[in-house]
Structures are given as C-alpha cells and as structure tokens.
Design a protein around this ligand. Structure first.
Ligand code: HEC
Ligand code: HEC
Ligand code: HEC
Ligand code: HEC
Ligand code: HEC
Length: 474
C-alpha cells in the first residue's frame, strides 16, 4: 500500500470499528463519535470531589488519572502519529483522553487544542456518563454528559445530580471497552486483557474485573462497607476507585508513591512458585533445578496490557558459602539489561518484515507469546555442572521479577535519569549441601508465609468466602 492508501485504509477501518465495536452484545447502543459534544458539557472532577471525597482520593494519581499526561504514552503516541502520518491519532486518543475525542479537541495530536478537562484522562465525569456501549474492544462507548450520572446502584438519591442504574458498571464488559485493543488495520489483537479473562475460569465463575480491581481483595471480591458520598446512606459495599495494576514507573512521577506501592502488593499476590533442587550434590555432577510458576491471582495473562513492552522473568542464582557465583540466569548488568534469563514472559510482535517490534501500531503478527494464562503453571528447567572447588553449602535463590518496560527503551524515550523500578514478585531460597552432611543436618529455609498460608489465614479465607457469597452481586 502507498502512504496515502494506507492512511485511507486506516481511517476507514478505525471508523468501522467504532460503529460496530468488535463483539456482539444485546442492547448495544451506537458509539459516540468525535465532535458530538463539547468539553464544556463535562464536569470537572473537583465538583465531584466535594461530595465523593474518598472516591476522589482513591482515583487521584492512578493510571486512569494519568492516562493522557503519562509521559511514556505521550512519547509513544507522538512516534505512532509520525509513523502512520496521523491516521491513528483519534484511535489512540479515544482511550487515553476520551473527552478530548468526543469534543473533537484532539487531533491535533500535540494537544494544542485541548482543554484542561480533556487532559484529565479517564475521569469521573467520563466514566459515569457512559450510558451504554456497542460491545468490547477499541472503546465503543456511548456517553451522555449532563445531569444524570450512571452507576451500580438502583436506589441512589443525590441532591446534586440524577442517578441511574446501568448493569454494565458491574460487568467486565465495562472495562473491556478499553482493555481490549485491536489494530484497526489488520485486526491483530494488541491487548487481550478482556478476551483472556472471558476465556478463563474466572468468567465462568462470574469473578469480574471490579471484584479484584475495585475491592481491597486483589485476587477476589472483598466487601468494603461504607458511604458513597457525604450524606449518603451506609451500604454493605462501596467500590474502591484506586484501580491499580502493575505500573510502578509512572505514578511516582505524579507524586503517587502510594499507587506504586499498591501495584507492588498486587504483583506479589499474583503468583505462587515452587522450586525443586537436590538436597545434596557432589562436585562434577550436573545439578538440575526446576522452578514452576503459577498465575494464581490474576484474571488474565501475566503480564497483560501492553505486554510486548512489559517484562517478567525469573532470576536464578546459585552461590557458594564464600559468595562465589556458581550459576546465574536473569540478573541485570550495569545498564539494566537482563542477562541470560531462560524465558522472558511477554508477547513478541513482528512488523510487516517479520522483524520484532515494540511499536504495536506497526505490528502485523505475533512471533511468540510467552505469557502465563490465568491459573496456568509453567516450569523452567535450569542446569549446570558443579565445579570442583566449591565451598558448601550452596544457596539457590529464585526470584520472579517484573518491570513496566525495558530500561533501554525508557532511556531512549524519557532520558537516562529515569530508572525503571524492578519488582520482586515472589522469591524462594534453598540450600544444597555437601553429600557428606548427615540427613538431619540438612535444614531448608522456612518458606515465605505468604506463599503457604497457615491455618489462621485459611480460616480467615473461609469466613471471607462466606461473606463474599452473601454480599456477592446484588
Ligand atoms: C474507569 C472508570 C471509572 C472512573 C474513572 C471513576 N469511576 Fe466511579 N465507578 C466505576 C464503576 C465501574 C463503578 C461500579 C463498580 C461496581 O459496583 O462493581 C463505580 C462506582 C461509583 C460510585 C458508586 C459507589 C461505589 O463506589 O460503589 C460512585 C459514587 C462513583 N463511582 C463516583 C466516582 C467519582 C466521583 C469518580 C472520580 C473521582 C469516579 N467515580 C471515577 C467506574 C469509574
Ligand atoms: C452535592 C453532592 C454531590 C456531588 C457534587 C456529586 N455527587 Fe454523586 N452522589 C451524591 C449522593 C448523595 C449520591 C447517592 C449515594 C448513595 O445513594 O449511596 C451520589 C451518587 C452517585 C453515583 C451513583 C449512581 C448510581 O445510580 O449508582 C455516581 C456514579 C455519582 N454520584 C457520580 C458523581 C459524579 C461523576 C460527580 C461529579 C460530576 C458527582 N457524583 C457529584 C452526591 C453528589
Ligand atoms: C482474579 C483477580 C483479577 C481479575 C478478575 C482481573 N484482574 Fe487484572 N490484575 C490482577 C492482578 C493480581 C494483577 C497484577 C499482576 C499482573 O500484572 O497481571 C492485575 C493486573 C492488571 C493490569 C496491569 C497489567 C500489567 O501487567 O501491566 C491491568 C491493566 C488489569 N489487571 C486489568 C484487568 C481487567 C480489565 C480485568 C477484567 C477484564 C481484570 N484485570 C481482571 C487481578 C485480577
Ligand atoms: C475509557 C477507557 C477505559 C475504561 C472504560 C477503563 N480503563 Fe483502565 N485504563 C485505561 C487506560 C488508557 C489506561 C492506561 C493509561 C496509561 O498507562 O497511560 C488504563 C489503566 C488501567 C489500569 C492500570 C494498569 C497498570 O499497568 O497499572 C488498571 C488496573 C485498569 N485500567 C483497570 C480497569 C478496570 C478494572 C476498568 C473497569 C472498571 C477499567 N480499567 C476501565 C482506559 C480505560
Ligand atoms: C481501546 C483502548 C486503547 C487504545 C485504542 C490505545 N490504548 Fe494505549 N493503553 C490502553 C490501556 C487499557 C493501557 C494500559 C494497559 C497496561 O497497563 O498494560 C494502555 C497503555 C499504553 C501505554 C503504556 C503506558 C505506560 O505508562 O506503561 C502506551 C505507551 C500506550 N498505551 C500507547 C498507545 C498508543 C500509541 C496507541 C495508539 C497506537 C494506544 N495506546 C491506543 C488502552 C488503549
């Protein structure tokens, strides 16, 4: 295709997707088009905050708040716009600044036409004027800004605005409007968070995005009794708006260290890990170490989202009693590059030439998808020959790592002073003894209490399970 044909094709495809969505649903409403409203039709979050102060504090600093101002996004969208001659400007912006698009303030992609409210990303008076949708994928939302706020209650009475119940708010399909990204030109699925959930046991069991992301439960629904606003009645459950995923890079740039801390906690609850290593090993022998990792807590693949950019990997090190390194896979070098990891758990995309690309707007196929599906277990095998002169005992350290992006990519886009935080998601250590050590002296470190819940934790989980059953979905 020539440049201009490509551009026409892109625009047509993007429009088709907006009109028809990508999934077929009952009660579909047509997606709101660019220019149907003005940004003056929307209300600033500072107004909502006057009565919904807790919800506001939750939302502030999250990736929804940052969805447009995120400097990583702004750099990438600038490059995507250049690469496609502006053809994807509206496409990208529709999720990252929905008010900017429906009020036709963007494009131009440099943001020069945008009002302040449009820059507030995915915000209160966007999310709560969603009055319907045309399915999931590529943001086929219908919005009706004005006096009515839509939400999960069928009996809400406010004195400032009208309230209306819409079941969509309690369903994964609400999130699935934006958390499912399909390349409008060639149909390649770039973000499969919604569809991976839909095909999982979680969907079968009716555990929705909101259960894990809008309650303190992290891996399951947990009731949070309270009031939705000042003067509002006490209810059995109010959803939290600190909707957090795994991003630890961007929130601190906006002063939201608390959001990054919540992301760390979430990452640390996402997996379980088992290491099998021999108790003893003679020098000169081949030592085999198996590590299995289970996605026990996430309702989609890990990583998910822009998973061609996210990185998860296992660092496995074996050191002897003198601290000498015997084996090392997956450590970082001085520049922050991962060296010798067995597997990088991510999604590798290829451009039209078949070459690997992280520029997902140019992607035409998937080269490899190494992510771990919901409830799936993968096993990595490591082996090495034990050298003659080691000092026993040996320590095996297995650590599952995650970062939002490769360091060199961020160096290139945002400058070398930005360190991408690396999160330890899970860790286990084991000891390998000299074969002459008597069996009763071969002690293994106590396993981490979080990976093997004791009796107390189990009872708490059962009680919680019952409460959850009672309160579950109105
Ligand atoms: C990403 C979209 C999104 C954003 C942004 C958002 N909300 Fe919500 N909100 C929801 C969803 C979805 C629910 C229902 C969750 C459920 O019940 O499972 C909800 C529930 C509510 C409720 C009902 C009470 C409760 O918490 O369950 C109120 C009130 C509310 N939101 C106000 C706000 C305010 C004020 C803001 C801005 C500070 C805001 N929301 C930002 C999606 C959003
Ligand atoms: C003057 C106080 C006040 C202001 C300002 C206010 N709200 Fe509300 N809102 C309430 C009260 C009270 C309720 C009822 C809560 C209940 O019944 O539990 C409510 C309920 C809601 C609900 C739940 C609706 C449903 O049926 O589930 C949403 C969503 C909501 N507000 C969003 C907003 C948004 C967005 C803004 C800013 C544009 C806003 N509110 C501004 C007082 C206010
Ligand atoms: C069973 C609980 C659970 C459900 C259901 C769930 N999530 Fe998650 N989600 C998690 C956990 C735990 C993490 C952190 C691990 C990770 O990054 O995948 C996470 C991470 C994420 C991330 C950040 C991903 C990354 O790796 O950068 C996004 C985005 C997300 N979830 C969106 C969703 C959406 C949208 C849905 C519904 C379609 C959903 N989640 C359903 C538990 C859940
Ligand atoms: C209007 C589109 C839109 C809707 C609707 C939406 N999101 Fe998002 N969400 C985004 C965008 C855009 C980002 C990422 C912003 C960025 O990274 O720059 C995001 C970020 C997130 C993150 C943070 C990911 C991370 O890596 O930390 C989570 C978690 C998340 N959304 C969950 C949800 C859930 C759960 C719902 C439904 C209740 C939902 N979203 C509804 C557009 C949306
Ligand atoms: C259908 C909605 C949608 C569209 C269209 C979309 N995005 Fe996103 N984008 C998201 C969501 C949701 C996330 C968060 C997923 C995650 O946490 O990994 C995200 C995350 C990102 C991130 C990662 C930001 C960070 O801080 O880690 C970048 C960069 C990005 N998008 C750029 C783009 C560009 C460029 C385009 C157009 C080519 C685009 N997006 C189109 C929904 C969308």
């Amino acid at each position: 295709m020539s440049g201009s044909n490509l551009k026409v094709g892109l625009v047509l495809a993007a429009l088709l997707m907006l009109f028809f969505g990508t999934g077929i649903i009952a009660n579909a409403t047509p997606a709101t088009q660019a220019g149907e409203y003005s940004s003056d039709d929307f209300t600033y979050e500072s107004r909502c905050r006057q009565c919904h102060a807790i919800i506001y504090a939750d939302w502030e600093g999250t990736m929804h708040f940052n969805a447009y101002l995120d400097p990583f996004y702004l750099e990438e969208v600038r490059i995507a716009s250049e690469d496609t001659d502006g053809a994807l400007d509206e496409f990208c912006s529709r999720c990252h600044t929905p008010i900017g698009v429906v009020s036709a303030e963007i494009p131009p992609i440099d943001g020069s036409g945008m009002s302040d409210i449009a820059k507030l990303g995915v915000q209160c008076d966007f999310c709560h004027v969603v009055s319907g949708s045309n399915g999931t994928g590529n943001a086929p939302f219908t919005v009706t800004p004005g006096d009515t706020k839509w939400g999960p209650f069928d009996d809400a009475r406010g004195n400032y605005h009208e309230s209306e119940y819409l079941e969509l708010y309690t369903q994964s399909e609400y999130c699935g409007m934006c958390h499912q990204v399909i390349n409008p030109v060639n149909g390649l699925v770039i973000d499969d968070t919604y569809s991976a959930w839909k095909e999982s046991q979680y969907a079968e069991d009716e555990v929705v995005c909101q259960d894990c992301h809008m309650t303190e439960g992290i891996t399951e629904f947990e009731a949070n009794p309270g009031r939705a606003g000042s003067g509002a009645p006490k209810r059995d459950h109010i959803s939290s708006h600190d909707i957090v995923g795994a991003n630890t890079l961007i929130p601190p740039m906006f002063g939201a260290d608390n959001v990054a801390e919540m992301a760390v906690e979430r990452l640390q609850k996402a997996t379980t890990m088992e290491v099998s290593a021999p108790d003893v090993a003679p020098t000169g022998d081949e030592v085999l170490i198996d590590v299995s990792i289970t996605n026990s807590g996430a309702g989609h693949k890990i990583p998910t989202g822009v998973s061609e950019i996210r990185e998860m990997w296992l660092e496995l090190t074996v050191t002897d009693a003198n601290g000498e390194s015997i084996y090392n896979a997956g450590s970082l070098d001085a520049d922050g590059n991962i060296i010798g990891a067995n597997i990088l758990y991510n999604n590798i995309l290829a451009d039209s030439e078949g070459d690997e690309t992280k520029s997902f707007w140019l992607a035409e196929s998937v080269l490899e998808d190494n992510r771990i599906g919901p409830k799936e277990t993968v096993t990595e095998q490591h082996s090495f020959i034990l050298p003659e002169n080691v000092a026993y005992p040996l320590t095996v350290q297995s650590t599952l790592k995650y970062r939002s992006a490769p360091q060199d990519m961020i160096d290139h886009l945002l400058g070398e002073e930005t360190d991408v935080p690396v999160v330890d998601m899970n860790e286990i250590s084991m000891i390998i003894y000299d074969p002459s050590t008597p069996a009763d002296e071969r002690k293994q470190p106590e396993p981490d209490s979080t990976s093997t819940p004791g009796f107390g934790a189990l009872t708490a989980a059962m009680v919680l399970g019952i409460t959850m059953y009672i309160l579950k979905r109105k």
